[in-house]
Design a protein. Structure first.
Length: 305
């Protein structure tokens, strides 16, 4: 590989600590992205949610959150990097407000640097919310349990409790029921096309032609190298996402044909990924990716915290 693409590929794959002190009044939290390895979706329920059954892992691709105490009770958010949207709608500030409610805490300045693209199926906004909850629980000396934080998290969004859990979980219900699972310490090549797949339209396309729920992959297989099970992954939202964005299907097919590996989609899209057994396989597979798509690639591995 030439130097420039390799630098881009590994930029976000470096291992980072979960938190870093910024002195007595500050804390930095690294908020990881997630991958849905297998995602089964059931028909719309009466409560407006779809039943999910997914093996989900956290990976070494992060947003960065800096939290600095204020003494006036105000909660402020600034954002850099990828567009965060409206501050009022941002899950990071909503998480801080929910945690502060009724607790008489100090204020906080939240500085969010976004690397995880929105509309990519990587859960960046949910991870930011969980990172703020965990970081402020420490910074505000609240001493809440993970269970208590999860009760707040589920009110912010179905994916938020996931990021308070361990490296890998089986996620069921509408996303709020989590069971820890063991997963082989895989590596992955993420393909980050500049295509947004808004969750609402993808689910509406799914509802228009729902898929019969299949039997979930045996969790015991996930402890083996991905080369033994990566061709069995299913995402019920992939078809509707690619009906909405046909270009995404073209990218998937071209990269899969060139590399010989299955190319899967995370969540409701648009992030695609290929699973590898180790870092050496990542290098080999990346060398086979067509040149026009190399700039869309990032390497990551299982986040083991």
């Amino acid at each position: 590989m030439d130097t420039k693409p390799q630098s881009q590929l590994w930029h976000e794959a470096d291992s980072l600590p979960r938190t870093q002190s910024l002195g007595p009044a500050g804390l930095c939290v690294n908020a990881p992205a997630k991958l849905n390895l297998n995602l089964l979706v059931g028909p719309l329920r009466d409560d407006g949610f779809h039943p999910l059954d997914s093996f989900v892992t956290k990976i070494t691709f992060y947003d960065r959150i800096e939290l600095r105490l204020r003494n006036d009770g105000q909660i402020n958010l600034t954002c850099a990097g990828i567009d965060c949207g409206s501050a009022d709608d941002n899950l990071a500030i909503r998480a801080a407000q929910a945690l502060a409610e009724g607790r008489g805490v100090d204020g906080v300045d939240i500085s969010l640097t976004k690397f995880i693209p929105p509309g990519g199926g990587l859960g960046g906004g949910s991870s930011d919310a969980a990172g703020v909850l965990a970081g402020l629980n420490q910074l505000w000396c609240l001493d809440l349990s993970v269970g208590q934080l999860a009760e707040i998290a589920v009110g912010l969004g179905s994916d938020v409790p996931l990021f308070l859990a361990g490296p890998a979980s089986r996620m069921t219900g509408r996303g709020e029921i989590l069971q820890p699972v063991d997963v082989y310490p895989f590596w992955t090549i993420l393909i980050l096309p500049r295509i947004a797949c808004p969750t609402g339209p993808v689910y509406r396309a799914f509802d228009a032609a729902p898929i019969q729920v299949a039997k979930q992959l045996d969790a015991n297989k996930l402890t083996q190298p991905p080369s033994t099970w990566r061709d069995r992954l299913v995402n019920h939202l992939e078809r509707p996402a690619m009906e909405i964005s046909p270009e995404l299907a073209d990218i998937r097919d071209e990269i899969s044909t060139a590399t010989g590996l299955p190319v899967n989609m995370s969540g409701s899209g648009s992030t695609l990924f290929m699973l590898c057994d180790n870092q050496a396989e990542v290098q080999d597979v990346y060398g086979k990716v067509p040149e026009e798509f190399k700039k869309l690639c990032r390497a990551a591995c299982l986040n083991e915290w």
